[in-house]
Design a protein around this ligand. Structure first.
Ligand code: 13P
Length: 252
């Protein structure tokens, strides 16, 4: 079976609704719809209604979601509010964990709520620099997978995606080398196959300083099936160049 790529752009807290619309309109013309390639962007909540349906080949995701359907949760956004607006939901991004103190249990509740509501959750995992230097990378990632994916069973596995984002590589310009990333991806792929069955073919994305200069080599690694791009997803030229790395590897 050939590879299938997911090229995702996490815009974080950037772009107004107008800027988001202009971005999607400009990006849409830069690549063809291609079998084996999914392109998705994760705009801020305030842009979701604006970018929805602008271009069918660009899928939309939310950067976060509260796990309850409704209630007295000032400032939060529920799964019901996201219905019809997004396909994907990011859960457990390291900025949510670090800046907003989300625990593995919070992340797990969001992931299960996303699955329950028919979204495709992308669980983010990754180690800090001290953890890497202490040789704790795989145990940290294993713990985040185990706790974040607790309670996922049966067919639901097929709707899960994992993103490996080493925290020391996020926004630093210092990406994991393709070999460093591949080692962790191999581990994650094996962990998932043991639980979900090898046939589930769960995609595992790499994130952390992905840019046009390194995307081809990262995507070439055997166990990397896509990228989650921050800074380089904010400009049409650089995000499109990363999409074209995927197209090249698909032979399109
Ligand atoms: P950068 O690509 O800016 O390093 O961000 C990665 C990221 O956090 C994507 O979710």
């Amino acid at each position: 079976m050939g590879k299938e790529f997911l090229i995702a752009g996490n815009w974080k807290m950037y772009k107004t609704p107008d800027e988001s619309r202009q971005f999607i309109e400009a990006l849409a013309g830069t690549f063809p719809e291609t079998a084996g390639l999914t392109v998705a962007v994760f705009p801020p909540f305030t842009s979701l209604a604006v970018v929805r349906c602008l271009d069918r080949k660009i899928r939309i995701g939310a950067q976060n979601m509260f796990p309850e359907d409704a209630g007295a949760y000032t400032g939060e956004v529920s799964p019901l509010m996201l219905r019809g607006l997004v396909d994907f939901v990011l859960v457990g991004h390291s900025e949510r964990r670090q800046v907003f103190h989300e625990s593995d249990d919070d992340v797990n509740r969001k992931l299960l709520a996303a699955l329950r509501h028919g979204f495709l959750p992308i669980l983010c995992v990754g180690e800090t620099l001290p953890e890497r230097e202490a040789g704790q990378t795989l145990s940290k990632v294993e713990g985040q997978l185990r706790l974040g994916l607790a309670g996922v069973a049966g067919d639901a596995w097929a709707n899960v995606t994992v993103a490996y984002e080493p925290i020391w590589a996020i926004g630093t310009g210092r990406n994991a080398t393709p070999a460093q990333a591949q080692e962790v991806h191999r581990f994650i792929g094996g962990w998932l196959a043991e639980r979900a069955g090898a046939g589930a073919a769960i995609q595992v994305l790499y994130g952390g300083s992905v840019k046009p200069e390194n995307s081809l080599e990262l995507l070439s690694q055997e166990d990397i099936s896509g990228v989650l791009v921050g800074g380089a997803s904010l400009k049409v030229e650089s995000f499109s160049a990363i999409i074209h790395s995927g197209l090249k590897l698909l032979g399109a």
